[in-house]
Design a protein around this ligand. Structure first.
Ligand code: DGL
Length: 269
C-alpha cells in the first residue's frame, strides 16, 4: 500500500480527460494535476521546446511527494518522454498503453493514429505498435484543428463533422478497424468520429488506456492507495480565471479550487 498521490500533467486542461478515467478505475487515489495553460499548445512546437517544457512540468510535480507521474499529453508522451532519463519517480506516458490496447482490439491488423503534428511527426505510436505487431498496417494523421474545435465548444458541431470527414478519408480508404485517439482532446470527438467511421471501428481513448495501465503498475508494485476520501489538487501556469468552464468540459465535474504556479521559475529536472 502507498497513499502518496499520483501526479498527472498536460500542456493544458485536456489532460483532465485522463484524470476522469483515473478517478473511475482508481477511486482511492489522491491526484495532483498540472496543466501548462500559459504555454499551451505544445502540439505545433519544436521537439526542443516540448522537451524543455516537459522537464519543467515533471520537475514541478516532483516537488510534491508523489509515487508516479502520468504524462497525459499525447505530444509530450511521443516527443519528450523518450528523451527524458528515468529516475526514482517513474514517468509513464500514453503511447505504450494505447498501443497495447489497439493491438488487442484490431482484428484486421489495420490501425490508424490521430494526433497533433508533433505526435504524428515523431512516429512514436507507430514504433510502439510495430514492436507489438510487426505486420500491422498503420495510417497516421495529424489533425491540428481538432484541439481548437473542442476548446471552442464545437465537439459535436456540423463543422467538426465536415473537418473530421476530410481528416479521416485515408483511415476509411486504408480500412483501419481500430483508431487511436492519440491526443487529450479527441475523446470529446468520439461521437463525430464514430459517425464518420461507423460504429464498427474501435476507438482507443488514450486516457482510459493509460488509467488502466497505471492501475496495473500500482497493483503489481503493491502501491495502490486505500484512501476513503481522496483529494484532488489542480494547478495551472496561467492566471486562474476563466478555466472553470473548459475544465468542466473535460472532467465532467466541478474542479474545485485551482491554484496558479509560475512554471518559468521551475528549473528543468
Ligand atoms: N495535450 C495535447 C496532446 O495531447 C494537445 C494540445 C496541445 O497541442 O498542447 O497532444
Amino acid at each position: 500500500m502507498n497513499n502518496k498521490p499520483i501526479g498527472v500533467f498536460d500542456s493544458g486542461l485536456g489532460g483532465l480527460t485522463a484524470v476522469k478515467e483515473i478517478i473511475n478505475v482508481l477511486p482511492n487515489e489522491d491526484i495532483i494535476y498540472f496543466g501548462d495553460t500559459a504555454r499551451v499548445p505544445y502540439g505545433s512546437r519544436s521537439s526542443e521546446t516540448i522537451i524543455k517544457y516537459a522537464k519543467q512540468d515533471i520537475s514541478f510535480l516532483k516537488s510534491f511527494d508523489i509515487k508516479i507521474i502520468l504524462a497525459a499529453c499525447g505530444t509530450v508522451s511521443s516527443v519528450a518522454l523518450p528523451e527524458i532519463p528515468c529516475d526514482k519517480v517513474r514517468v509513464v506516458g500514453v503511447v505504450e498503453p494505447a498501443a497495447i490496447a489497439a493491438v488487442k482490439a484490431t482484428k484486421n491488423k489495420k490501425i490508424a493514429v490521430l494526433g497533433t503534428k508533433g505526435t504524428i511527426d515523431s512516429k512514436a505510436y507507430e514504433t510502439e505498435i510495430k514492436k507489438l505487431m510487426p505486420d500491422a498496417k498503420i495510417t497516421s494523421i495529424a489533425c491540428p484543428m481538432f484541439v481548437h474545435l473542442v476548446e471552442n465548444g464545437y465537439s459535436e458541431h456540423e463543422a467538426t463533422y465536415l473537418i473530421a470527414k476530410e481528416y479521416l478519408k485515408q483511415v476509411i480508404d486504408n480500412g483501419a478497424d481500430t483508431v487511436i485517439l492519440g491526443c487529450t482532446h479527441y475523446p470529446m470527438l468520439k461521437k463525430v468520429i464514430s459517425k464518420v467511421l461507423g460504429e464498427n471501428v474501435s476507438l482507443i481513448d488514450v486516457g482510459k488506456a493509460a488509467a488502466n495501465y497505471l492501475k496495473e503498475i500500482l497493483d503489481t508494485e503493491n502501491k495502490l492507495s486505500e484512501l476513503k476520501k481522496p483529494s484532488y489538487e489542480f494547478y495551472v501556469s496561467d492566471a486562474k480565471g476563466g478555466f472553470e468552464d473548459l475544465a468542466k468540459l473535460f472532467l465532467k465535474r466541478d474542479l474545485g479550487a485551482l491554484k496558479s504556479v509560475d512554471i518559468d521559475k521551475i528549473k528543468e529536472d
